[in-house]
Design a binder for this molecule. Sequence first.
Ligand SMILES: [Zn+2]
Length: 238
Amino acid sequence: MDYQYSAIIIGKRDVGETDRIYTAFTQQSGKIKVLAKGVRKAQAKLAGALEPLTLVDLATARAQGMGKVTGVVVENNYNNLKQDLATVAVALRGVRLFDRLVDLEQPDEALFQLLKEFLETLDSLNGSAPVKSEVVSLAFTFKLLSSLGYHFEATRCVQCAGPLSSGDRNGWSPETGGVACGACVAKDTQARSISVNSIKQLRVFSQNSLNSLRRLGVDERDTRELGRIAVDFIAWVR
Ligand SMILES: [Zn+2]
């Protein structure tokens, strides 16, 4: 059977003498793994088109087991993104997390569009300000988790459902995966402080597209705080 996919390459692994297994997230079938035969030979033409962080039209043939790549056409190489090493590092971290959290062969149009928008947005930054790509990456992380059913509660207290004060008494609660109000934080020994700005930023993330977040004014301290919360939240999810 032959298959045609619109696919974003998210990983690769060398196998055998000259072959490679690629991981791709496809619009049609979700995450798949495909074998590219002879792709590591010097004269192989497919390798460049199959680099991670590339949007491609992918043709495969599958009899049994893993599909084999029969053709690939680059749709978007995200050249601006790839010219900036810091942005490449941010993008690779994002797709690795995506790969870790997303199961094989579960088609999901919203996830495909989110991943595509993540790369498009990083590409459009032109390596301008590293903190901007960090913000886009954080927003991508929280949107990804939310799409997978792990919504990060930041609109009301995750424990008592009461309102969150605009003071500094709120806390991020690793036990429950959200922001707790001052009264609940006082009873929760695990809670860590979270600034009002970070809470606001989490709300901005959930209400805006990644693309529009490019124009958001960002504070490096809040971004670092949210980065630590994202790491804790992912650990809680897993
Ligand atoms: Zn509460």
